[in-house]
Design a protein around this ligand. Structure first.
Ligand code: BV8
Length: 248
């Protein structure tokens, strides 16, 4: 029996499936991953400089424009066959799938996946870079969507800057999302790890958590990754190729 058939067998026997996705999940939708040498975002910019609060504060316009170009790219992109396979499987097997993503694009949601656990926030959400002065006074916070237009937009009343609602390096992950992801990793019988290099923590620690709790861990990636060593099976292939074969 080949690996794909083995994993399909495990899937049939698993009451609870947890899927962890990374940037490779959206690669076939045309959204650059972080590490692809040619198109990778990191090839052109240093995320430790851009995807950080210090980077934003040191050059708000550069960082705002970087996210603006990523928002345009994702808006033009369509979910791929891998996103659609996950959404269809979830619809056909209610309550059995927990989908955890490191991605900040909205392609899982646009494919129809629900209750997606977004560990690193959302590309299309806006937040204030500093606490809103009104909120500090106990009044309703100003709405970032009503900020003065600009690159970045800013509050017309106090000058607070708008930032993207993503989790930057050095920032804590949303507590509820991380807890839900850890619970799903600890409770599942099977974890599929799709399209991630496994280099960014604490998300990259989830497969080991699943394995320690007794789950079978399967990596889906066309390239070797830091998570291969901890996997029971590694399927060499892409998300849009493998997920329809596995879940269809
Ligand atoms: C935090 C949003 C603490 C922004 C992102 C240990 C424990 C805790 C923290 C750390 C730790 N060690 C180091 C840290 C610090 C840091 C970290 O992990 N650094 C790394 C670089 C070493 N972690 C943090 O800072 C985290 N914060 O822990 O804070 C704290 C606690 C309390 C109070 C204050 C602070 C925050 C990390 C989140 C950063 N934000 N995204 C934005 O998008 O701009 S991370 C971002 O990069 C992505 O979200 C993603 O997580 C990561 C990129 O990784 P991948 O998804 O794996 O993508 P990559 O391009 O690297 O790889 C693509 C893969 O796909 C490849 O393997 C490729 O082969 C494959 N592929 C390609 N094509 C396909 C494919 N696969 C399938 N199909 C294809 N077609």
């Amino acid at each position: 029996m080949d690996d794909l058939q083995t994993v399909r067998g495990w899937l049939e026997q698993a009451p609870r499936l947890c899927v962890l996705t990374g940037a490779g999940m959206s690669a076939e939708s045309g959204v650059p991953t972080f590490r692809d040498a040619l198109t990778g975002l990191w090839a052109r910019h240093d995320p430790q400089q851009l995807a950080t609060e210090a980077g934003f504060r040191s050059d708000p316009q550069l960082v705002w424009d970087w996210y603006g170009s990523r928002r345009e790219g994702v808006a033009r992109a369509e979910p791929n066959a891998g996103h659609r396979a996950l959404a269809a499987w979830q619809a056909a097997h209610p309550e059995r799938l927990t989908l955890v993503t490191q991605n900040v694009d909205d392609l899982h949601q646009r494919a129809g996946s629900t209750d997606v656990i977004c560990l690193h926030g959302a590309l299309f959400e806006d937040r204030w870079i500093d606490p809103c002065a009104r909120e500090v006074r106990g009044e309703p916070a100003c709405d970032p969507a009503r900020a003065e237009p600009g690159r970045p937009p800013r509050c017309g009343e106090c000058g607070n800057l708008v930032r993207p609602g993503v989790v930057w390096f050095g920032e804590a992950l949303p507590g509820r999302a991380l807890q839900a992801a850890e619970d799903a990793a600890s409770d599942c019988e099977l974890m599929l790890v799709v399209g991630t290099a496994g280099a960014v923590y604490p998300a990259a620690g989830l497969p080991a958590l699943a394995r320690q709790a007794g789950a079978r861990v399967v990596v889906l990636n066309p390239q070797p990754s830091e998570l291969d060593r901890g996997a029971h099976v590694v399927l060499r292939g892409t998300a849009a190729q493998l997920l329809p074969q596995l879940l269809g």
